[in-house]
Design a protein around this ligand. Structure first.
Ligand code: UD1
Ligand code: CA
Length: 456
């Protein structure tokens, strides 16, 4: 059976009370990705064609997050009041177009495409009316228990709050992932009631419904319990974050990336790092960041949504945001590339240099203590220590252009809009407010006078 004939229903309308947060639970993150984004990615990567996300608490925020990623075949259904997981699944029914369904919670962040694929394969090969995934975690607290009879046949799922002391001892628990046909689900949901400890419509009761109506049930006890754990509290989230963070680093080491201390780096899901890179302790790599082969990153550095070319050396304590750096550059220590900074190849940006919406073409050097904003600096120009581009007049930002091979003397202020010509020179300590032609020397400072024997 083609996976495209499956539709996923992701339950994401709950309040997430145990998070103690104003943010809806599924908008909390693991390794830089929201729980809802991770759930959608997992089902989509497993080849599921259509996805309906059931939203409720913080509906607008959750829908905005889904839309932000521009998935195709993903829509949302509204659960008006949070009456339980069974009611949530019901809310999705009007949007179900496929014959086969996989229903899963939106708060299982380590769930992988492989887990989902395996369950679908099993459903296709065994042909039960209802398949659900169970597992045996170290800590069973909070999970629904899988109740079996003496011959091992599944009877029901019992929520912890409804369990007898004997049932609480059961080690096999419900992962909250079910596969069945639309026809089965419609009938099963019809049978639910709120006759339980929490007064909710439990989706788990579709299992006892299947049993009572003589349907074939398959409980797939997954061998890798780690990926099925739910994130109900901030503590759960931090445990799962640590597991995934470690997996990411290990996958990178297997590919040939080196680490000074692999336990002291924070690398988001989706960051691309090529072989022969070396990452120092205390590095945070976030969002859509790419490091080409052989990039060296010294520690205590934050790099967000930035692309770095091969052989570039990033020195201690730097911060880059939404920027692009070419090959064989040297940046830092303590450099700050703000959004829209673009460095060509062989560029040098030294300590306490801040750039914003500025292009530094090949071979440009800005070694020390500068602010370079809203500027284009052509190849091989040299920016002296303490150069400040005065890009803001209190109301508007203006553009500065520095020509090829220009030399800006130390402690100069370039008042924008202004243009410095190719191979032009600016005398140290100048305040430049007018265009400097190609090859000219621009001076804008008081001439030095010496008073003889003044100290007397
Ligand atoms: C649920 C299962 C439990 C299982 C566990 C696995 C039920 C009754 N219990 O418990 O057997 O072991 O998952 O992780 O299903 N939601 C809605 N609308 C609601 C209530 C919940 O959309 O009215 C969503 C939540 O946003 C969440 C998911 O359903 O993503 C699961 O709800 P949650 O309250 O976390 O259920 P658990 O107590 O973890
Ligand atoms: Ca949960």
């Amino acid at each position: 059976m083609n996976r495209m004939n499956f539709q996923a229903i992701i339950l994401a309308a709950g309040q997430g009370t145990r998070m103690r947060s104003k943010l809806p639970k599924v908008l909390h993150k693991v390794c830089g990705q929201t729980l809802i984004h991770r759930s959608i990615l997992a089902v989509k990567s497993a080849g599921v064609g259509l996805v309906t996300v059931v939203v409720g608490t913080g509906r607008n925020l959750v829908e905005a997050e889904i839309a932000r990623h521009g998935f195709s075949g993903v829509d949302s259904a509204h659960q008006v009041s949070q009456l339980g997981t069974g009611d949530a699944a019901k809310a999705a029914l009007p949007q179900v177009k496929s014959k086969n369904l996989i229903i899963l919670p939106g708060d299982v962040p380590l769930l992988s495409a492989t887990d989902i694929s395996q369950a679908i394969e099993l459903y296709n090969s065994q042909g039960p009316d209802l398949l659900f995934i169970s597992f045996k975690p170290e800590e069973v607290h909070g999970f629904g228990r899988v109740v079996r009879n003496e011959s091992g046949e599944v009877q029901s799922i019992c929520e912890e709050k409804d369990c007898s002391a004997e049932q609480k001892k059961i080690r096999e628990v419900n992962a909250g992932i079910y596969i069945c046909s639309k026809t089965f689900l419609v009938d099963a949901l019809e049978s639910l009631n709120t006759d339980n400890a929490q007064g909710e419509f439990y989706l788990t009761d579709i299992v006892s419904y299947a049993k009572a109506t003589g349907k074939k049930i398959e409980a797939f006890c997954a061998p890798s319990p780690l990926s099925l754990a739910g994130a109900n509290s901030r503590k759960d989230l931090s445990v799962l974050e640590a597991i995934r963070r470690r997996q990411i680093v290990e996958e990178l080491m297997d590919k040939g990336v080196g680490f000074e201390d692999s336990n002291q780096v924070y690398i988001d899901e989706g960051v691309v790092i090529e072989p022969e890179c070396f990452i120092g302790a205390g590095t945070r790599l976030q969002g859509e960041t790419t490091l080409a082969e052989g990039v060296q990153v010294e520690g205590e550095t934050l790099i967000r949504n930035t692309k770095i070319g091969s052989g570039t050396h990033v020195k201690l304590g730097s911060v880059f945001e939404e920027s692009e750096i070419g090959k064989d550059c040297s940046v830092g220590p303590f450099a700050h590339l703000r959004p829209g900074s673009k460095l060509g190849n062989n560029v040098k940006v030294g300590n306490f240099v801040e750039t914003k919406k500025t292009i530094l073409h090949d071979g440009v050097k800005a070694g020390h203590v500068s602010y370079l904003g809203d500027a284009e600096i052509h190849p091989e120009a040299n920016i002296g220590a303490g150069t400040i581009i005065c890009n803001y007049d209190g109301k508007n930002k203006h553009q500065t252009v520095i020509g090829k091979g220009a030399f800006i003397g130390s402690n100069s202020c370039l008042v924008a809009p202004v243009k410095i010509g190719d191979d032009a020179y600016i005398g140290a300590g100048s305040t430049i407010t007018k265009k400097v032609p190609d090859r000219a020397l621009g001076l804008g400072r008081a001439r030095q006078t010496n008073k003889d024997d003044w100290s007397k």
